[in-house]
Write a protein that binds this ligand. Structure first.
Ligand code: FE2
Length: 399
């Protein structure tokens, strides 16, 4: 019979526990200490309770993350793991006032582990949205371009990156309706990606000059871009410079919300879409043939509800899926249809009209975009931008 988790652990205060398991040498701890620590009965890992979560830390992990293994200037780990003796017992430990865990090992080494560093990674939380919450969470928080240029610039920029990290969509209003003003805004906010498609910025009308549905006036169902790249481009920027007809509304769907709903309603389909890699292909005859594969849903290493990547594009899904077993073919296409029904549901799909002056920035690793068909002449400009740069700025704004 399996032991319950509770039976594996002592729940006594750690001073008492130390004296019970190790040398009876309990020291008084400062009132500033904010962690509780337990050793499991087998004495082969520590359980640390932080403010927001509980972590099990193996001795191998603790040995690898000795404070003194890191360069104090670059913060990079300098010790070679080949040189780390992992076949040692933990003899004793204590928690110091500066939240450093001091560990005494059987080979007479002492290492230090900084518990405060574990709090950092949980600060950037993604928040899901749908049609009913979009206006309040995102649309009403459009940032005025004048704020990004004025005395409150730093505050507005932090707000911008915070919104991007949390929701994956940010609007900036009152931008001059031309490509150069759009480019100036993008350059202020981050790094414009250079791509296969040509110049860093593009301006396109429905003129059929590109081998892509994008350059027509047809409706485009929601999707993420560049699924045929191993690392799809990170941020999509759109600015509608003019439109003298009707239709052409932009469609947006939150991939985090779709993942959440699918997981709630049909765990089996969710598991299939996180597990089965699907091939995508882009063919520009005589010019390019891109191919890549990946599952539709990739969770962040911290697990749901943190989404690392949503890869979804019906238009570019490859005919060749010959790597899939019969069982996986059946499971995948059933799960795909269930996800597509959620994606195309009006409760989850936001419809809005982009007007000249309004620039939208979309996280292409999370948020799906599409558009309704339209009449008349519609001119759109935009670019792709680096996503890691924005995530970094959002992380820095939090600390
Ligand atoms: Fe697209």
């Amino acid at each position: 019979m399996a032991k319950t988790a509770k039976s594996l652990f002592h729940t006594l205060p750690h001073c008492f526990l130390r004296s019970q398991l190790f040398k009876p040498n309990c020291r008084n701890l400062s009132s500033h200490v904010k962690y509780s620590i337990e050793v499991n009965n087998q004495k082969d890992f520590l359980r640390v309770s932080l403010k927001s979560r509980v972590l099990n830390l193996s001795f191998e992990y603790l040995l690898d993350n000795n404070v003194h293994s890191f360069d104090p200037i670059s913060s990079q780990r300098m010790e070679n793991i080949v040189d780390v003796n992992q076949n040692v017992d933990l003899i004793d430990w204590r928690l110091n006032d500066d939240n450093k865990l001091e560990l005494f090992w059987g080979d007479k080494r002492t290492t230090f582990f900084d518990l405060s560093l574990l709090e950092e990674s949980s600060k950037l939380k993604q928040v899901f949205w749908d049609s009913s919450s979009f206006n309040k969470l995102i649309w009403s928080r459009a940032i005025d371009v004048n704020g990004l240029n004025g005395s409150e610039c730093e505050k507005s920029m932090d707000q911008f990156y915070g919104l991007f990290a949390r929701y994956g969509v940010v609007f900036v209003k009152n931008v001059e309706a031309n490509e150069s003003a759009t480019k100036k805004l993008c350059e202020k906010m981050g790094i414009i990606s250079r791509t296969y498609y040509g110049a860093d910025m593009w301006t396109v009308a429905a003129d059929g000059k590109h081998a892509d549905t994008f350059a027509t006036n047809l409706a485009i169902r929601t999707h993420t871009d560049n699924t045929y790249f191993d690392a799809p481009l990170g941020v999509q920027v759109f600015h509608c410079l003019s439109h003298d007809g009707s239709g052409g509304e932009t469609l947006l769907v939150d991939g985090l919300n779709i993942s959440r709903l699918l997981r709630q309603k049909d765990q089996k389909s969710y598991n299939t879409l996180t597990r089965v890699p699907i091939r995508y292909r882009y063919l520009d005859p005589g010019k390019a043939m891109f191919k890549a594969s990946g599952p539709m849903i990739t969770e962040e290493c911290e697990g749901f509800p943190s989404l690392k990547q949503f890869r979804y594009n019906d238009y570019d899904r490859d005919i060749d899926q010959s790597h899939l077993s019969l069982e996986d073919q059946r499971a995948f296409f059933k799960a795909l249809r269930k996800a597509a029904i959620l994606i195309q549901s009006p409760e989850n799909e936001v419809t809005l009209k982009l007007s000249p002056g309004l620039v939208v920035f979309i996280d292409n690793w999370r948020v799906l975009h599409g558009r309704n068909s339209f009449t008349g002449n519609r001119v759109l400009c935009g670019c792709y931008m680096e996503r890691h740069d924005w995530r970094s700025k959002a992380a820095l704004a939090q600390f």
